[in-house]
Design a protein. Structure first.
Length: 267
């Protein structure tokens, strides 16, 4: 069974890894210049590198649907530059997962596939998707909702080792990001991480740089451009998060809960 995944960021990629390991064929659609911060665990990175591997699962950039089919047949995951998910007309996926985390109502509704699954705020099960999976940490994380809305966006980052907003690195101005550190680097308070239009982004505490946008990308003031992890363990930079795995479990549950889809699991 083919699952069309909209978005190739770290959360989407964690879901894709779960689906791939469970035997599904996954196609990922992305923007021409995706802004995935946790690049080492994001299949969107294939847009820049041509190929990337997350926890043993390899994704490759497909120039067109014909090449995407060849990548699928080789046992890998194709990534298409396809912001409107027009690949759905060519591949006719039974399941579409909107994992872009735009935090607003999607432009495609329940008619896009036999099962449309939305992740995060903005999705209302029974209205703009068939099922929605909770992405906020807490007791509801990973739960599948078949009727109604998910929890609204709190705009407060998840706490990691007691750090919340300060662990999310944001652009100080509009301009071009110039990286001065690398993902997995250990940083001390005050260390320079990046610059935007002359404005410095410095480490607010000791930790490991878990994510950073590509140097040379245009960013706007306030945009999330990096992630500093106070747990100070560089191995976390290349591991799918517990949150992404939990959400991936919810997506699997939603698919398997549909008896009509179970008949086609290995088509």
């Amino acid at each position: 069974m083919i699952v069309l995944m909209r978005g190739g960021g770290d959360l989407a990629s964690g879901v894709a890894v779960r689906l791939f390991r469970a035997g599904f064929q996954v196609i990922i659609t992305e923007l021409p210049q995706p802004l995935a911060v946790r690049r080492l665990v994001s299949f969107a990175e294939a847009i820049y590198r041509g190929e990337t591997t997350v926890e043993g699962v390899t994704a490759r950039l497909a120039e067109d649907p014909k090449q995407a089919r060849r990548i699928l047949s080789s046992g890998q995951t194709p990534v298409l530059i396809d912001p409107r998910a027009e690949a759905r007309y060519l591949f006719d996926p039974m399941v579409m997962v909107d994992a872009r985390m735009t935090k607003r109502a999607p432009e495609l509704g329940m008619g896009a596939a036999a099962l449309v699954i939305g992740l995060g705020p903005g999705f209302i099960a029974g209205e703009n998707c068939h099922a929605a999976v909770e992405t906020q940490r807490g007791h509801r994380l990973g739960r599948v909702i078949w009727q109604g809305a998910l929890q609204p966006d709190t705009r407060i980052p998840d706490s990691v080792a007691g750090h919340r907003a300060e662990r999310v690195l944001r652009a100080p101005a509009d301009g071009i990001l110039k990286a001065r550190a690398e993902i997995c680097d250990h940083l001390e308070p005050g260390d320079l991480i990046a610059e935007v239009d002359g404005g410095a982004i410095r480490a607010p505490f000791r930790g490991v740089l878990r994510g950073l946008l590509h140097s040379g990308l245009g960013v706007r003031s306030g945009l999330k451009v990096g992630d500093l992890d106070p747990r100070d363990d560089p191995s976390y930079c290349s591991l799918v998060s517990d949150k992404a795995l939990a959400v991936g479990g919810g997506v699997l549950e939603a698919i398997l809960a549909r008896p009509d889809l179970r008949l086609h699991l290995w088509d």
